[in-house]
Design a protein around this ligand. Structure first.
Ligand code: 13P
Length: 252
């Protein structure tokens, strides 16, 4: 049985007060969420500690960070280490988001260092992969995603791999309102699972693979009914408790 996960990536949105309010609204309604679905929220760094206090003494919602430093600590002004995030405590860290790959030039070497920091500090990883529109138009989407996995996920220790969640986020679908069709998403999720199974055998059969990219209440049901889609990594729609909870209630 694979875990079902719906994670909200708040990106660079909300003030601390708004983030606290949003968290409270989500917590008030977690009884709407079907059994066996885990909710994760990834607020900005500034919100993590106050939000973590709200999440104490409950299990329905877990906390994720959106990024972490590749270095363990020291003179790196402005960076936030995985050790600091684990001390909040955060349970997950998102690594490899296309916005970080594109705007901050995070390459496979940087991503692997970050992943090693996350895992060494006992947290789990939400690792994002996905092709750009031009890759898909050239029919290169499987090759691009395979390479993103080959360089940073396949080298992991099989024991650490248990703490890996994959998020397939086609870059052309992020924040554009253009969602991958259920068939396109399922085809890629199936590919990712079989690709990972070449390295991690049976473990890959239970790896949660989330879909991200303009996922909203109106399309979540169709996406989540696909056999290899285990939930979603939600951007814009995770900023409203109602939409986020509606998406999380969309499993058949
Ligand atoms: P949107 O849901 O806003 O398209 O963002 C998806 C995403 O990037 C989640 O990480």
């Amino acid at each position: 049985m694979r875990k079902k996960i719906v994670a909200g990536n708040w990106k660079m949105n909300t003030t601390v007060a708004e983030g606290i309010q949003l968290t409270k609204e989500i917590l008030l309604e977690t009884n709407r969420i079907p059994k066996g679905v885990d909710l994760v929220i990834a607020p900005p760094f500034t919100h993590l500690f106050p939000v973590s206090r709200l999440l104490e003494n409950q299990k329905a919602v877990s906390l994720a960070a959106q990024n972490c430093a590749e270095e363990p600590g020291g003179a790196f002004t402005g960076e936030v280490s995985a050790t600091m995030l684990a001390s909040v405590p955060c349970e997950y860290v998102i690594v490899g988001h296309s916005e970080r790959r594109t705007y901050y030039q995070e390459n496979d070497r940087v991503l692997l260092s970050k992943i090693n920091q996350v895992l060494a500090n006992g947290m789990s990883l939400i690792f994002c992969v996905g092709e750009r529109l031009e890759d898909r138009e050239k029919d290169m989407h499987f090759q691009v995603v395979a390479s993103q996995l080959r360089e940073v996920i396949c080298p992991l220790d099989p024991a650490d791999y248990q703490r890996v969640i994959i998020a397939y986020e086609p870059v052309w679908a992020i924040g554009t309102g253009k969602t991958a069709s259920a068939d396109q998403a399922q085809e890629m999720h199936e590919f990712i699972r079989s690709f990972l199974a070449q390295t991690f055998a049976e473990a890959a059969q239970v790896t949660p693979i989330l879909y991200g990219g303009s996922c909203k209440p109106s399309n979540a049901k169709e996406l989540f009914s696909c056999p290899d889609i285990d939930g979603g990594l939600i951007g814009g729609a995770s900023l409203t408790a109602d939409d986020f909870l509606a998406i999380a209630s969309s499993f058949a």
